[in-house]
Design a protein around this ligand. Structure first.
Ligand code: HEC
Length: 137
C-alpha cells in the first residue's frame, strides 16, 4: 500500500515539473508561425506590460508614410541576411529584437527600440515574430 502511495506521489511530482517547464521555459517553444507572427506584429500593444507594439514604430513600407521612428518592415527578411557578416538572417532578426543595440541600423539611434522584448514575450511569440519578419522579403 505504501509503495503505491509513493509511486502516485512520484507521478504527481514529475507531472508538475513537466507543466512548469512548458510554461515559459526557453526550449519548449515550437517553430515559428508566420500568420501568428503577423498578428502579434500588428497588435497595438504587446506583453504583460501592454508595451506599445511593433507597428507603433515600424511602418510596413512607403505607402504607410516615412520610416521616421524605425526601419520599414518590408524587405527586412532580405536585408537581414547581409546586415552582419557571418550572421544568418534568422540570428540577425532574433538579435534585433532581443538586443536591439547590438547592431543599430543607419539613421536610427541606440536605445530607440524597446529593450525588453525577450522578457515580455514567450519563446513561442519570439519564434512567431521572427518567422513573420523573415517572410517579409
Ligand atoms: C519604440 C519604437 C520601436 C518599437 C516599439 C519596435 N521597434 Fe524595432 N526598431 C526600432 C528602431 C529605432 C530600429 C532601428 C535601430 C536598431 O537597429 O536598433 C529597429 C529595428 C528593428 C529591426 C531591424 C531592422 C533592420 O532593418 O535591420 C527589427 C527586425 C525590429 N526592429 C523588429 C521589431 C519587432 C518584432 C518589434 C515588436 C516586438 C519592434 N521591432 C518594436 C524601433 C522600434
Amino acid at each position: 500500500m505504501r509503495k503505491i502511495l509513493v509511486l502516485v506521489l512520484l507521478g504527481l511530482v514529475s507531472m508538475m515539473a513537466l507543466a512548469a517547464c512548458s510554461g515559459g521555459g526557453s526550449t519548449a517553444a515550437g517553430p515559428g508561425d508566420v500568420a501568428r507572427g503577423k498578428g502579434l506584429y500588428n497588435q497595438k500593444t504587446l506583453g504583460p506590460k501592454s508595451t506599445e507594439g511593433c507597428v507603433s514604430c515600424h511602418v510596413y513600407d512607403e505607402s504607410g508614410g516615412k520610416a521616421e521612428k524605425a526601419p520599414y518592415t518590408k524587405g527586412t527578411g532580405t536585408r537581414a541576411a547581409s546586415r552582419v557578416p557571418g550572421m544568418s538572417a534568422e540570428a540577425y532578426v532574433r538579435e534585433s529584437i532581443v538586443k536591439p543595440d547590438a547592431y543599430v541600423v543607419e539613421g536610427f539611434n541606440k536605445g530607440d527600440m524597446y529593450q525588453f522584448w525577450e522578457k515580455d514575450l514567450t519563446p513561442q511569440q519570439m519564434n512567431d515574430l521572427i518567422a513573420y519578419i523573415l517572410s517579409e522579403k
